[in-house]
Design a protein around this ligand. Structure first.
Ligand code: CA
Length: 220
């Protein structure tokens, strides 16, 4: 067995994008609008958006939850991939950023598929569980405050049906998780989550070197 790994240089990444990404025009415009913001690096890349859309189709998702909307790129990418009766419950706390998201959801004609909840996601997820929604979701994406990831994960795992998928963003954290010298709260939280998921028998697992690290956890 060889340990075959590829270092993705800029040239390889460009090739990958040119030979994989089929970005709808509305997503290209949303990416451009977001690139003008100081927090632009929080946006996922088009290849990751496309992967999320593919994953949603693979699990046959109709009911989705997103924790951390920012300007709505991932929710829009997934909404475009959902059937017309598909729904995303989108959780965020920023009126300012989600105003951009709303504008592009509307422009893309998928506004009816996305319900935005502007309050702490933990509260929203707890309310869903209290309303008897456990086991009723197919697909979840987590891209929000890192110290709360474990809380989101535990709540989402209850909300997912068996066979449902949680995608968790930034789990390699620019490589900091692999460096024991890094002890900032975000790195510590992500490292603890990665350790826990590795041992978690409730899920099937893959940590992909996509974007800043993307963990896929399928509920057993
Ligand atoms: Ca992210």
């Amino acid at each position: 067995m060889t340990d075959r790994r590829l270092t993705v240089t800029d040239d390889i990444h460009r090739y990958l994008v040119e030979h994989s990404v089929r970005e709808p025009e509305v997503l290209t415009r949303l990416r451009a609008a977001t690139a003008a913001l100081p927090q632009a690096q929080m946006q996922i890349g088009p290849e990751q958006g496309q992967l999320m859309a593919l994953l949603a189709k693979l699990v046959g998702a109709t009911r989705c939850i997103e924790v951390g909307v920012f300007t709505g790129y991932s929710s829009l990418a997934v909404a475009l991939a959902l059937p017309d009766d598909g729904r995303i419950l989108a959780c965020d706390v920023s009126e300012e950023w989600t105003a951009i998201a709303r504008r592009f959801w509307r422009e893309a004609g998928v506004e009816h598929k996305i319900e935005l909840k502007l309050q702490p996601a933990t509260r929203t997820l707890e309310q869903l569980l209290a309303a008897g929604e456990a086991g009723r979701y197919d697909f979840a994406f987590v891209d929000a405050d890192k110290p709360a990831y474990d809380t989101y994960y535990e709540l989402l795992l209850q909300l997912l049906r068996p066979g449902g998928l949680i995608a968790i963003d930034n789990t390699l954290w620019s490589g900091a998780v692999a460096n024991p010298q890094e002890r900032d709260p975000n790195t510590v939280a992500l490292r603890a989550l990665n350790d826990k998921l590795h041992r978690d028998e409730r899920i099937d697992l893959s940590l992909l070197p996509v974007g800043d690290g993307l963990t896929l956890a399928r509920k057993r």
